[in-house]
Design a protein. Sequence first.
Length: 470
Amino acid sequence: MTIEISGGAVIAVATASMDAAFADCTAVVAALRAVALDADELTRPLSAIRPRTTVDAEQQAAIEARLARHRLVLATDRLEAARGALRTATDLYTALEQALAGARSAGGRVAAHTMGAATAVAPFSLLPAAALVLVPAVLRAAESVGADASAQDLLGAVLADAAVIDLIRTVSGSLDEFTQGALLLPLPIAALAGDGGSGVLGREAVAGMLLAALTTAGVLGGGAVAIDRRPRESPRPPASLEDLVERVPHGGDEQIVIERYADGDGRVHAVVYVGGTRDSQAQPWDMTSNVAAVAGADAGSVRATEAAMREAGIGRDDPVVFVGYSQGGLVAGRLVESGEWNTAGLVTAGSPGGATPVPHGVPVVALEHDEDVIVALGGTDGRSTAEQHTVVVSRSVVDGGSGGGMLAGHGLGDYRETAAQADSSSDPALAMVRAEVLGGLAGTRGVGADGWTATRVSADGPRADAGSNR
């Protein structure tokens, strides 16, 4: 299935293409004005020819040359006017995209606050609304997977339903406003306590409360982490998005791979690949780190990746491209957000990217599938696709009757294919960001690569089971 590329949030206007057309018009106008000046110099002697009763060839040439010059000046003026109109239209479209995205976000926050307050007053008041989404989704899922499907496939089809994905994305992105409403805080006070104010009841704070509650209840764990380094053969520099996604660790013990390259001046460039969540709590790529990373707390997976980078010798000034799949994208986003590293680019696949704000100017390519519930869990607030250097590449990967389990839209193999399609795209916004991410690695040579395995350390020493990938 084909990909969709967005660099603006609500209205899919190719403002990058309009900017490119504006630049082309500017160049053409300058060239035409130069030609007009040359034509003026050439026709000035001809204009001195005195009119005659009978127009001969020389007189006719003078007249036609002067007319051609005037037509050229007129065309230049019209193109100049079109250039100005194009610039104005581009600015208006960009402003409209940002305004509508802001209005949509504000409306979602108010709705979430209202639903939270309604739940506090009448705990079951939202059940009818949820049923309007979930019951049709279950019926559609049952029809698509067939009567012989397993319960896991049926649940996977429900989770991949577009309406359910939208519901999960909305709830995840508005959990803090819902909590503020459930506490019956008036909207003005809630706004002051949210991310736009003090942050006391903002998204990260609410996630932190959830982390503390689940840890106290013994549902989530934690603790120190240990890392083990395994040298690898130095590969060729990655030259495409597909190369980057293909090298993300998956299926083995390693959660991190770090490649180092040197350019002609001897400067070191690094690519850090971070894998996804695993089932075992004997290692830090677990649900504890998922919740902690969303909360901006001390996530074991983030800590382990930082330790691996330092042990690999990556300095603060060395350009780093981060690549993450699933939880790995969340880890990579937190490392980029920290400002501790010289980030040259960020590529995520199947990651809850909306949970992590990325600093302005960092080139980001986010690969997302329409049916991926992990992506939906990130909500929408953290990442602005109106940002010039952020491009989201999305597509549908689940056929109606394909089944595929609970995380049917989340497979790394499907994301490799999405990356390959993104490499083949001629979209100018994607091409620009793709070049920014990969450009620094062109012409470099490999100088080292290592895989890293992280484990949680108990009082009795590290535990060995690394768990299965997802």
